[in-house]
Write a protein that binds this ligand. Sequence first.
Ligand SMILES: O=C(O)C(=O)CO
Length: 273
Amino acid sequence: MNALFVTIKEKIDGEVLDAAGPQLKVVATISVGHDHLDVAECRKRGIRVANTPELLTDATAELTLALLLCTSRRLPEALNAVRDGGWTKWSLTWMVGPGLADATVGIVGFGRIGQAVAKRIKPFQVARILYSNRSERPNDIGATRVTFDELLKESDFVICCIAFTPDSKEIFNRSAFEKMKKTAIFINTSRGGTVDQAALVEILKEGRIRAAGLDVTTPEPLPLDSPLLKLKNCVVLPHIGSATIEATNAIAEMTARNILAGLTGDRMPGELK
Ligand SMILES: O=C(O)C(=O)CO
């Protein structure tokens, strides 16, 4: 085998590389995230590694918005009520949730996806967009860089778009959730590993924040007896961030191109540097 075409579900480590054999030249993942690849180990063995950045930015940003609105406006709860007879009459305060207009939105991780989310949030007439990121990201959206703690304290909606690395592992722990407003909504379309999930369950149970919307969890799929699935104030999606027809076709093609270029020694469109 000369090349591996992998998804986010295949962990590529030294053991897999040993099994693949010394003729392996390329590992290409059909994803932007590459936390499932031991890139250093690949490099050590002279194996080229590539991902599919950019092509799923729009899809993931769209899904982030959809999940945010789904969570804030309680759409799954409302749909269930229509279906199970819970919708008995129209009532003024039934199914109310917070709006985006005049809200402060905080985006943790302001790379391509974070910025694409910010662009899509802005037309909802939010008051402020804050972001936390290792470096300043000049932008024409009017988003302001603040510290992680400041963002947690100030935001009505906290959106996690940060890449999953050892540094971002469980940055959303009990202490982080406790800094958030009691009325805040937490959205995660990055990786489940950025969240201490047991702490999130407790925080949601206690009503210490209003709600959470998660497209990513630990593990995936989430077991059916997960406490997250029993909470009314938690919306869980099955990791469908990039699942538009357009993005899926585009990343499939790019992964094939990455492999072909990697094997012929040409420039790979998504080579991880
Ligand atoms: O490409 C990725 O990293 C994904 O998580 C797809 O949603």
